[in-house]
Design a binder for this molecule. Structure first.
Ligand SMILES: *Cc1c(COP(=O)(O)O)cnc(C)c1O
Length: 227
């Protein structure tokens, strides 16, 4: 199937999941994850109205983004090292994968130097050992508190990657946990944390049922990443 057909099918699935959960269809946004696919694939998606794209490697993204149309919104979704933040701040509008206070401070400083403000999400490891990246739930409130004094970032929500599971249902408890933690931390800190970035190709419908506002879908749009 073409990128166009894939995207329209995903939009239908998104709408159906919203209906099942009693949510407004426009309460969930699709981040098209174009990592390991070329700018030609991005353009195919743009042609059917897709404007938000996700990338997980800085070098790859900064080679690709200048070849793509302007007016798109690029989201960094992959693990990020502090020595890359200057470039990230130049090319991206949103970072989903902030997993330490040190990284958050580095992004804030780079954004300040670039004269802009970036939206960021904290990546939370809600499931423990089996997942490599993300803040532990018990470390997160301190980072939320510290974010109040960083003027060039806007902390808009939380992201999670559940452990790999064959069945989409396996991710549900982790998605639900992230939403519960969000509710708890919102009440405790007063930070709205409106965005929940959760759900990928094989489990985005479950994520929507559990409150995702951004789903990050690669394979179901662009096909396998074979490189
Ligand atoms: C690659 C990636 C995705 C997309 O995964 P698919 O299974 O291809 O939809 C989503 N989120 C992150 C953080 C990724 O690295």
């Amino acid at each position: 199937m073409s990128v166009q057909e894939n995207i329209s099918q995903i939009r239908e699935q998104m709408a159906a999941a919203c209906a099942r959960a009693g949510r407004e269809p426009d309460s969930v946004q699709l981040v098209a994850v174009s990592k390991m696919h070329g700018w030609e694939s991005v353009i195919e998606a743009v042609e059917c109205g897709q404007k938000v794209f996700g990338e997980s490697r800085v070098q790859e993204a900064i080679a690709k983004i200048p070849r793509c149309p302007g007016g798109l919104s690029w989201h960094m979704i992959g693990h990020l090292q502090t020595n890359k933040v200057r470039q990230v701040v130049q090319y991206f509008d949103v970072i989903h994968s902030i997993d330490s206070l040190r990284l958050l401070e580095a992004v804030n400083q780079a954004a300040q130097q670039a004269g802009r403000t970036l939206k960021v999400l904290l990546e939370v490891n809600v499931s423990g050992e089996s997942v490599k990246f993300g803040l532990k739930p018990e470390e997160t409130p301190a980072v939320l508190e510290a974010s109040n004094r960083l003027m060039n970032i806007e902390l808009t929500g939380l992201m999670t990657m559940p452990p790999v599971s064959a069945l989409a249902e396996g991710a549900r408890p982790h998605f639900r946990r992230l939403r519960e933690l969000r509710d708890e931390w919102r009440a405790a800190t007063g930070i709205p944390l409106d965005e929940l970035s959760m759900g990928m190709s094989h489990d985005f419908e479950v994520a929507i049922e559990e409150g995702a506002t951004w789903i990050r879908v690669g394979t179901d749009i662009f096909g396998d990443r074979t490189k």
